[in-house]
Every structure is written in C-alpha cells, then in structure tokens.
Write a protein that binds this ligand. Structure first.
Ligand SMILES: Cc1cc2nc3c(=O)[nH]c(=O)nc-3n(C[C@H](O)[C@H](O)[C@H](O)COP(=O)(O)O)c2cc1C
Ligand code: SF4
Ligand code: SF4
Length: 256
C-alpha cells in the first residue's frame, strides 16, 4: 500500500512513478483522512510505503495527523520516501517516533528525492532558479528508479537519503514549526485578481479554506503545505508582503 501527500505536485509525481514501478496504486492521504474517523488498513502484501514532502526538516504535518487516526494490520515492512528542496535532516527519526507511537512499527528504509523547492512563506527563502529546478526534475526519474529497486529488493540504502548539515539543530526547528507556525495563517486574497474559481479550497488538504461571496477565507487549521498559494491560477493569494515578489511553482505534471 502506497500513501502520499503533496502540496504542489512534486510528491504526487514521485508517488505515481514509484507506484507504477512497484505496481502499487497511490492513495492520497488527504482524501483518506477526509472520509471518516479512524481507518484500519490491511495491505495485501504487508508493505506500507509513505511518500511525503519534508516541511521544516521534518515530515509534512498531515502525515502525523494521518498516522494518529490510522491503524495498520498485517504490516511486515515500512518504507518512507521524502521529497525535499535540499535536505531532510532528521525527518527519518521524527517519522520513526510517529510510527512507534502509532503501533510500534519500525522503518525498513528511508529515501529522499530532491525536487524543486516550493517554500516561499518566509523572508530569505524562495523558489529555485529555473535552471536549478530543471536539473532536479531531470535527475528525479533515475533516483525514483533506484529507490523502487531498493524497495523491491527489501534493501535499505542510506546513501539515498540526504540528511544534510546540522541535522539535530534543524530538526529542532521542526518542533517550533509544529508548535508556533502551523495553524496560523497570513494568507490574503487580492479581490481584484480572484475569479472565484474555488481551486484554492479544493486543493487544501485540511478544508481550511471556505468560499464566501466568491472569495476564499482561511481558518486556523493551516499546515503550510502551500498548495493554495501556488495553485491559484490567477496568482491572487499572498502571504503578507513576503510573497509579492516571489514566483509560484507547481510540478509540470499537475494542473494548477
Ligand atoms: C512549509 C514548507 C517547509 C519546507 N521545508 C523544507 C525543508 O526543511 N527542507 C527542504 O529541503 N525542503 C523544504 N521544503 C521544500 C519541499 O520539501 C519540496 O519543495 C517538496 O518537494 C514539495 O513537495 P510537494 O510539491 O509535493 O508539496 C519546504 C516546503 C514547505 C512548503
Ligand atoms: S484559486 Fe485563486 S482565483 Fe480561484 S478562488 Fe482561490 S484565490 Fe480566487
Ligand atoms: S490553507 Fe493553504 S497552505 Fe494551509 S493547509 Fe490549506 S492549502 Fe495548505
């Protein structure tokens, strides 16, 4: 069973490729959470593959929320595949803690795929230069093939996980991100640009956006996946002043 979450399509693309190579249909965690309270999964092959983006050097917060409400039976192997702009730091260890809380599962292997960076919500961060983004997109298929082969052969390959520098310090920032950043939102809509298409509300994994008088309004359950701001076809959404000059990104294989 292959479960994924994705804000701007990088991870969706990786999950789809991986699913094709391993003959595992990908399921979107956001839709799984939406359907009911606690869900029990019993994968046929006893194999669980979690595919998600790294946010603030830890697993995307939707993964934790999903794991808290999911139960697994008959799991014999667990694999994690993360996408990141640069590095994952100790996201593997943080995930291990989440899984342990959930049912004492241990992870057989963690892998990462560098993809174009989509983090634009803080000063000093921004999209990759076009040539950098392009080179990551070109390298990704080979990386996913290597990862699929490792999973098929039940082989961990630490060299296929990019930890990066100062992992403990950076993953400490994840705890701050979790506690203080997620939930709040500075999103604002430019009323002159918005065409009321409701795309932002549809792509939000937590249903945090409601449409009133054809305009989006944000609640306080934002996980900062950044789907809404990147996938608005009119570029009508801003995060304070920070994103006025920033570009927008989505993986070329998905529609905005
Ligand atoms: C809130 C947020 C935090 C991020 N933090 C990191 C990070 O700590 N390290 C990193 O390499 N990339 C980071 N990124 C970049 C994403 O992990 C990367 O672009 C990922 O492939 C996006 O996947 P998606 O398109 O499936 O949403 C962050 C992105 C967001 C939105
Ligand atoms: S996606 Fe953009 S244009 Fe569509 S409703 Fe949301 S803000 Fe408006
Ligand atoms: S409000 Fe936007 S950034 Fe926050 S969870 Fe929803 S789509 Fe993601």
């Amino acid at each position: 069973m292959l479960l994924y979450t994705s804000g701007t399509g990088n991870t969706e693309w990786v999950a789809t490729e991986l699913g094709r190579l391993l003959d595992e249909p990908p399921f979107d965690i956001a839709k799984e959470i939406g359907c009911c309270g606690q869900i029990t999964y019993r994968p046929n092959e006893g194999r669980l593959i979690l595919v998600f983006p790294v946010h603030s050097w830890g697993p995307a917060l939707l993964v934790d929320r999903f794991l808290a409400g999911a139960r697994f039976e008959n799991i014999r192997e667990v694999w994690a595949v993360m996408t990141c702009g640069d590095m994952c730091c100790n996201a593997d260890k943080i995930l291990a803690g989440m899984l342990e809380r959930n049912g004492h599962y241990t992870i057989d292997g963690c892998f990462s795929v560098q993809m174009p960076n989509n983090y634009i919500l803080m000063k000093g961060f921004g999209l990759d230069a076009p040539e950098v983004a392009q080179s990551k997109l070109l390298a990704a298929p080979q990386r996913v093939r290597q990862i699929a082969q490792c999973i098929a052969e039940r082989r961990a390959a630490p060299e296929l996980y990019i930890r990066g520098d100062h992992p403990a310090l950076k993953s400490f920032v994840y705890r701050l991100f979790r506690r203080y950043v997620a939930g709040s939102t500075k999103f604002k809509v430019d009323e002159d640009r918005c065409v009321g298409c409701e795309r932002c509300a549809k792509v939000c994994p937590t249903q945090n956006i409601t449409i009133a008088d054809h305009l989006p309004e944000w609640g306080d359950d934002c996980l900062q996946c950044s789907a809404c701001i990147h996938r608005c076809p009119e570029q009508a959404i801003e995060w304070g002043r920070i994103t006025r000059e920033a570009g927008r990104y989505h993986h070329p294989s998905i529609r905005v």
